[in-house]
Ligand binder design. Structure first.
Ligand code: BEZ
Length: 234
């Protein structure tokens, strides 16, 4: 039989559809998440230390993500009963960095066939051919992949960065701006580059609400409160 060829999903493409069993029942992805942002992330294996630390932090931050209209969906190539047992252990036994009794209420996909992991390019054989790497897909309310981040097995993710990405993507969309390196709400934002010589000249001459480092690199203020009021719904 011919082997199926998988191509890695890319930014700007529709998130591949799948149906899966999870710790919260069956899901149709990304259809069930229409209208919400969703972070689909993989972890290498249940009952492993880095993954446990990550799940405790993600579960603790779930409300914060939900308030930014973002849902969380996890995946590993373990089976459902392993997932259930691991999440029960986390809740009942693990105390880590002041967190205890942590209940993971977002769905965790069982993927023993590795079909979803292969479809999303989460299996990277140079790293491991039996475990998914730490992949993070940020998918918008229309089901389009907007950002992808991969981490290896040995390095836990930075969840402040994942949250920054969700806020940043929504800010860029809502205000039609781009965001400079290390941007956080309250920092200046980048206005679209001048598209004509006339506009370039005007920008360099005019001292209005923009600050131009050069004709192609102009920023403006965007209030933190304005950003948060637009994105965060409590
Ligand atoms: C961990 O989560 O601790 C882990 C998982 C797979 C390989 C190495 C570390």
């Amino acid at each position: 039989m011919e082997e199926k060829v998988y191509s890695m999903p890319r930014i700007g493409e529709k998130a591949p559809d799948f149906k899966a069993v999870t710790t919260q029942g069956e899901i149709n992805f990304p259809g069930d998440y229409k209208g919400s942002w969703v972070i689909l992330f993989s972890h290498p294996a249940d009952f492993t230390p880095v993954c446990t630390s990550e799940f405790m932090i993600f579960a603790n931050m779930e409300k914060q993500f939900n308030e930014a209209n973002c849902k969380l969906v996890g995946l590993s190539v373990d089976g459902l009963y392993s997932h259930i047992a691991w999440l029960r252990t986390i809740k009942e036994k693990i105390e880590y960095k002041g967190m205890k009794n942590v209940e993971v209420t977002f769905p965790l996909i069982e993927d023993i066939t590795m079909e979803v992991a292969k479809t999303y390019g989460m299996l990277q054989p140079g790293e491991s051919s039996t475990k998914a790497v730490r992949a993070v897909f940020f998918i918008d309310p229309k089901g389009i992949i907007r950002t992808i981040i991969y981490y290896p097995l040995s390095l836990g993710r930075n969840f402040d960065e994942l949250y920054r990405v969700i806020i940043g993507l929504q800010t860029a969309d809502a205000f039609s701006v781009a965001l400079p390196a290390d941007w956080r709400p309250g920092d200046d934002v980048i206005v679209p580059t001048a598209g004509s010589c006339g506009v370039a000249k005007e920008r360099m001459e005019k001292k209005d609400e923009m600050h131009c480092y050069d004709w192609f690199f102009c920023t403006k203020k965007l209030d933190k409160e304005k950003v948060l009021k637009t994105i965060i719904k409590k």
